[in-house]
Design a protein around this ligand. Structure first.
Ligand code: SAH
Length: 248
């Protein structure tokens, strides 16, 4: 069985089931899986599954509870996201700080929660008071309210970044082309080849080649070439030399 993620994403009073599906998708893209729904207006609902687009497992495993108390049961730490200032004094965090705090509190095996509010009215003050702090996604002050699932995406991404930073996840980046970085002598041989070729086409026309050679070296070294790239350049030079020889 896959272990339960120690970070709970709690959606409070969600009105549109489509947002539940989109939030599940946002979570799954970032490797989160524990979704709790507090008194959703319409759930289960085909629209939630439709918008989950491949993250239906998260939607199906979502726990539905009636109260925030039930959703927070067993959690050691909670943060609430809000789109605007409230007349409530709570420490405010950026998404980055929030991700760090959530992971810090789950380090020793505890559970932590991240709350998201209703589409229209957000989290109410009583709900926010249950949290250790609030999280605001910095954005356009004239239009600060993100779609619920977009807010889930931003926070889930920050949690993933932090997990990568902490080495809690394998950093899998799709590799297009696996080739070893070129060695210094492979580079030297390419520079020699290039020098030969430039002489053959009389590129320098009697001038000293030093300045051009320095610039070309700088250019190619900056590119941190790999073995295959060196082969391509040298292959081109050889072909050009062959054609020149044929012409002569
Ligand atoms: N008018 C509501 C907007 C709710 S948007 C309000 O003032 O709260 C729905 C939910 O998305 C919010 O409750 C919050 O959880 C999240 N959200 C939207 N924009 C956000 C932002 N800029 N920062 C943090 N959370 C945000």
């Amino acid at each position: 069985m896959v272990p339960i993620d120690p970070i709970r994403i709690i959606l409070v009073g969600t009105q549109h089931p489509g947002n539940i599906g989109s939030a599940a998708r946002a979570m799954k893209t970032m490797g989160l899986s524990q979704l709790i729904l507090v008194a959703p207006k319409r759930f289960p609902d085909p629209e939630a599954n439709a918008l989950a687009a491949g993250a239906e497992d998260i939607v199906q495993q979502a726990r539905v509870v009636e109260t925030l108390d039930e959703a927070l049961h067993g959690c050691r730490f909670a943060l609430g996201t809000t789109a605007r200032d409230r007349a409530i004094s709570l420490p405010e965090h950026t998404p980055r700080e929030a991700a760090a705090a959530l992971l810090e509190h789950t380090e020793t095996g505890g559970q932590a929660a991240l709350l998201f509010g209703r589409e229209r009215t957000g989290l109410d003050n009583d709900e926010l008071m249950r949290c250790h702090g609030r999280v605001f996604i910095p954005c356009n002050p004239d239009y600060a309210s993100l779609n619920l699932a977009s807010a889930v995406q931003v926070l889930s991404y920050e949690i993933r970044l932090r997990r990568l930073e902490l080495g809690l996840l394998p950093a899998k980046v799709p590799v297009l082309d696996e080739s070893e970085p070129a060695s210094l002598d492979q580079l030297e041989r390419m520079f020699m080849h290039l020098g030969e070729f430039m002489d053959e086409i009389d590129f320098h026309k009697g001038r000293s080649p030093d300045m051009i050679n320095q610039r070309l070296r700088r250019l190619f070294l900056r590119a941190r070439m790999d073995e295959r790239e060196i082969k391509i350049i040298r292959g081109m030079l050889s072909d050009a030399q062959r054609l020149l020889a044929q012409k002569k």
